[in-house]
Design a protein around this ligand. Structure first.
Ligand code: BMA
Length: 319
């Protein structure tokens, strides 16, 4: 008999967990935060958009990862347009990967250059000082994150380049590097579907890949264009643990979509946009931007997500 499911994700009743009024200085909005564990704390690296329209990153720490956020008194990581001209119009949407082998965190983010958005890398050991390692892929490219381990000696990164070529769609790619700086062996990993699908034409990675016993669990966003604007929804995929170029599963339906007021209405309406998740045992905490205005939290059970994906695998359906 087919397993029965309720919604995989449960929203925290106190959402949104962080709003612009919680930031200790004036800003326009706070959203799209990366997440990681630092010691016993959960750390969020939040995108804060200032009142010029330029974004920077600010850290928030909490013991339970739900409330009582201690927010840095000023910006934690500012764009550095003097030494990094590609950061002229800000830095956005970070994803954090803990790299045990190097005893550091890699932060991959979108640098908004005058030639368009591109992917940049910084590393840190304490989330107070950062080493800007600079551009890793040229524009237009965003929604990137590193895997925490090497594959046959090389680092791997998921990202979403956009082609100017008409109607080819924007897909999730995978690339490899010996040093995290120089990337090659680029290939399409998960293509956007076409037609009426929820994830037609434009998709992108959401948080970094999560290692599970069945494979690397991927949460990605699909951008559906409608007569009244775009809807950002989320779906799942699974990659082989040893060879992440092998896609084992991809969900047919979306698993999370804008429903609550703080997701439906904001600076950009109908957007749920996670850049981070953390786990404790089987419980997963997903941190996501609501309507480009606030940060919200939802929880899920990893084994249930994997079962659901097995039952909703559309990998071999038509697109
Ligand atoms: C994407 C990114 C996100 C944003 C989303 C909706 O392209 O720029 O930062 O949340 O659009 O506006």
């Amino acid at each position: 008999m087919k397993r029965q499911y309720k919604d995989l994700f449960t929203r925290y009743a106190g959402n949104p967990i962080i709003q612009v009024g919680d930031i200790p200085y004036l800003a326009n909005s706070v959203f799209n935060a990366a997440a990681t564990h630092v010691g016993d704390d959960t750390l969020l690296l939040m995108r804060v958009e200032d009142r010029r329209g330029i974004s920077h990153l600010t850290a928030a720490r909490s013991r339970e990862g739900v409330s009582d956020w201690q927010i840095d008194p000023g910006p934690t990581l500012l764009p550095d347009p003097v030494t990094h001209p590609e950061e002229a119009w800000g830095i956005e949407d970070p994803r954090i990967t803990r790299i045990e082998e190097l005893d550091l965190w890699a932060v991959v983010y979108t640098a908004y250059s005058k030639a368009g958005p591109l992917v940049s890398l910084a590393t840190t050991r304490d989330f107070s000082t950062f080493e800007h390692r600079g551009v890793v892929t040229p524009p237009e490219d965003k929604d990137a994150a590193l895997f925490p381990v090497r594959f046959n000696g090389r680092w791997a990164m998921l990202h979403r380049p956009v082609s100017a070529f008409a109607n080819v769609g924007a897909h999730i790619w995978i690339s490899f590097s010996p040093d995290m700086k120089h990337w090659g062996d680029h290939q399409v990993l998960i293509p956007a579907r076409r037609g009426g699908w929820w994830d037609a034409n434009k998709i992108g990675l959401s948080p970094p890949p999560l290692q599970t016993e069945k494979g690397w669990l991927i949460l990605y966003h699909g951008v559906r264009t409608t007569g009244s604007g775009c809807i950002y929804r989320l779906g799942l995929a699974l990659l082989d643990l040893e060879d992440p170029t092998r896609v084992l599963a991809r969900s047919d339906e979306w698993v999370f979509a804008p429903e609550e007021d703080y997701e439906i209405s904001g600076d950009v309406d109908k957007v749920v946009f996670p850049c981070g998740w953390v786990t404790k045992g089987d419980t997963l905490r997903l941190y996501y931007g609501g309507a480009d205005k606030c940060i919200a939290l939802a929880t899920a059970q990893v084994p249930e997500m994997l079962d659901w994906l097995e039952d909703h695998n559309s990998l071999h359906d038509g697109d």
